[in-house]
Design a protein around this ligand. Structure first.
Ligand code: CTP
Ligand SMILES: C[C@](O)(CO)[C@H](O)COP(=O)(O)O
Length: 226
């Protein structure tokens, strides 16, 4: 069985507001993206890693990330305008023999191998699996004027993270359908949901944060210091 991992790292990190893209910022002595790659690089069941980066960052990434940190066999692919476009470019670059694809955000460096492997095993059973955590806050749906419309039952609410794992033909079809329909989702499981297919959710970790704004870097540093 062939497994490909797509690491989406072609964003600009506008909300981080740093001088360089946030995936290249230092976190405890090495770039964020290197922490992420380290986890996937060590998983024996993964046959290929596809790293999707900004088209103007390919050279930098090749010399400063891949060569400097001695990663071998990682495929570099240029990203697109939206995260979804970047993932699609990664999907098209997968080995045609691929059976399962693991999709992960480059800026979730605190993921661990156990969760990735559990998500892969779950996708082998159900075809599609997303890692998530139960929400801790009460969530309100608010109208455009700032008034509460309703309060969904918290017992049914999960905050979805990555990795998300799929049978390769299923996720390729889901992305192609979304492109035909000009639909842009904020994750990959929603594209599969739109095909009417089931997605199994498994519990991940509250530590698997997406580094989005400066305070997330402080939180990640403190988790890694433990
Ligand atoms: N066109 C894009 C946009 C995002 N991503 C990746 O998707 C992940 C999650 O996205 P997000 O945290 O939103 O990153 P940015 O788009 O960089 O952040 P911002 O929205 O603040 O600019 C990141 O690893 C990011 O690099 C990508 O590969 N291609
Ligand atoms: C895919 C994702 O990480 C799931 O939580 C998230 O939706 C990406 O969000 P973005 O900030 O819109 O790229």
């Amino acid at each position: 069985m062939k497994v490909s991992a797509i690491i989406a790292a072609a964003g600009h990190g506008q909300r981080m507001g740093a001088a360089i893209s946030k995936q290249f910022l230092n976190l405890k002595g090495k770039p964020i993206i290197v922490h992420t790659l380290d986890v996937f690089y060590r998983i024996k069941r993964i046959n290929e890693i596809i790293l999707v980066v900004g088209s103007n960052e390919m050279e930098y990434c090749n010399s400063e990330i891949i060569k400097r940190h001695l990663f071998k066999g990682i495929k570099l692919v240029p990203g697109g305008k939206e995260r979804q476009d970047s993932v699609y470019n990664g999907l098209r670059a997968c080995d045609p023999q691929t059976d399962f694809v693991i999709i992960h955000d480059g800026v979730r460096p605190l993921i661990n191998q156990d969760i990735v492997i559990k998500a892969l095993s779950t996708a082998e059973i159900y075809g599609a699996c997303g890692v998530a955590v139960p929400v801790k806050d009460t969530i309100k749906v608010v109208d455009e004027k700032g008034f509460v419309k309703n309060t969904p039952d918290r017992d049914r609410l999960w905050a979805v993270q990555t990795p998300q794992v799929f049978r390769y033909p299923l996720i390729l079809k889901a992305h192609e359908r979304a492109r035909e329909q000009e639909f842009i989702g904020t994750d990959d499981t929603v594209l599969v949901e739109r095909l009417g297919e089931r997605v199994k959710i498994i519990e991940g970790s509250y530590e698997n944060i997406k580094i989005t704004t400066p305070e997330d870097l402080t939180i990640a540093e403190s988790i890694l210091s433990r």
